[in-house]
Design a protein around this ligand. Sequence first.
Ligand SMILES: CC(C)(COP(=O)(O)OP(=O)(O)OC[C@H]1O[C@@H](n2cnc3c(N)ncnc32)[C@H](O)[C@@H]1OP(=O)(O)O)[C@@H](O)C(=O)NCCC(=O)NCCS
Length: 167
Amino acid sequence: MSIEHHDVHIRPVREEDRDAVIGLAAQLAEGVPEWRDPGAVVEAARQWLAGYFTPASQQPGAVFVAVAGGEVVGMVSVNTHRHFTGPVEAYIGEVAVAPHAVRMGLGRRLLGAAEDWARGQGLRHLTLETAAGNTTARRFYAAVGYQEEAIRFTRVLDRLRDRPDTA
Ligand SMILES: CC(C)(COP(=O)(O)OP(=O)(O)OC[C@H]1O[C@@H](n2cnc3c(N)ncnc32)[C@H](O)[C@@H]1OP(=O)(O)O)[C@@H](O)C(=O)NCCC(=O)NCCS
């Protein structure tokens, strides 16, 4: 049955969601630049997601999932960190929606759950990072009210032996 025919709800993650949540890791390699290893990105994402199901992960943050017809089709994680100017802020670790469930408002609802959690903690800002090349995510965040704050630059360095002028 198509997802439009199901009621979708957002709820806190449960142990039984583990495989479905980790299965969203591949979504998190969107927009990876050519100088990074996409396989390594997916593997790192798998580890982050698996980390939410380890006993040691009794962290202060929260993870919410979107469920349609009993199937987990999206997730968001939110935690706190201290901004360099001092205040503690909420921070989105990951947000991902399964390919067959995108553009149905689930991403917006998942962020809404993270925002409610952050408000409940008395926090004033919610921040996140995404790949500069992830145009879908950048359009999504802009559409749901997030403003760009920082940009990270990378220079891919030549090998010294390829640069005789520096010898
Ligand atoms: C980014 C992502 C979470 C968005 O989830 P979603 O459920 O499709 O988003 P929504 O349906 O709530 O979209 C809300 C609005 O965002 C904008 N938007 C979402 N996807 C868009 C796209 N591909 N192109 C342009 N605008 C887009 C639209 O304005 C949309 O509203 P509309 O559908 O009424 O026009 C989803 O595409 C995804 O999982 N991507 C892969 C993982 C990822 O990149 N995560 C973020 C980086 S960590």
